[in-house]
Design a protein around this ligand. Sequence first.
Ligand code: CLF
Ligand code: SF4
Length: 297
Amino acid sequence: KPDEIDSAVWEKIRDHPCYSEEAHHYFARMHVAVAPACNIQCNYCNRKYDCANESRPGVVSEKLTPDQARRKVIAVANEVPQLSVLGIAGPGDACYDWKKTKATFERVAREIRDIKLCVSTNGLALPDHVAELTDMNVDHVTITINMVDPKIGAKIYPWIFYNHRRHTGIDAARILHKRQMLGLEMLTARGILTKINSVMIPGVNDEHLIEVSKWVKERGAFLHNVMPLISDPAHGTHFGLTGQRGPTALELKTLQDRLEGGAKLMRHCRQCRADAVGLLGEDRGQEFTISQISDEI
Ligand code: CLF
Ligand code: SF4
């Protein structure tokens, strides 16, 4: 255990492949794509594929009901001894599509007691579910935070759906920002480890992510993961259609180096799919499609 990390935190990260760089060589995660609905629109999203919170577009993820997800997790746990974490990361928003997220976690936790539960969200609905996340012993939550200035947010989010209606422009970005900060503070107060994902969008929020890093560090974020925008016109995202480019590998690394000294950086993210299975960078999802899993589980 590294000296600077306290023992309670170490227990939470030592076998989590995203929260501990060391652990990612030995421990596997799996995602189940149970949460297709989303409450915001990001200009880098293509709903046909996965939540770009964490996911590389490509092939449509296999969407599952909570019971199918339970069966799949058991099948994977039987075959993949390194499995330590079950994450829900889309294809929509795990906290907005909450009933399915909750039902999945409850079913799995009843049968596999030591699996770690992990959630990824845009943060808008997060404050409403922090109490339940705490009750379910969810120790890891990722919030995608791309701005702390609503003027920049308005360039990334055309609308959000909140309190039964659609909000647009700066108004939408301001609400999203407040909810993200509130959610982060609530998690920190309860000792839940938080990772902040930021999508680096050149010319839109690249410089601004230095400010984001300060804000989230002050509010107790455990890790900051800056990911490159994946902008391919073929995927039909808004940014893809407007010709917005993603950063080069050098631009990403230069920004990450400038962020040293803010929140601790994650540098080994592989932008997993919403139905990824295996070690990071490995995707064994095709071995565990629901049609291959016995009905008896
Ligand atoms: Fe999944 Fe995300 Fe949990 Fe990890 S992924 S919900 S924190 S278990 Fe990890 Fe994949 Fe990067 Fe995500 S490498 S995309 S950071
Ligand atoms: Fe798409 Fe995820 Fe953004 Fe929702 S939060 S619009 S699913 S990228």
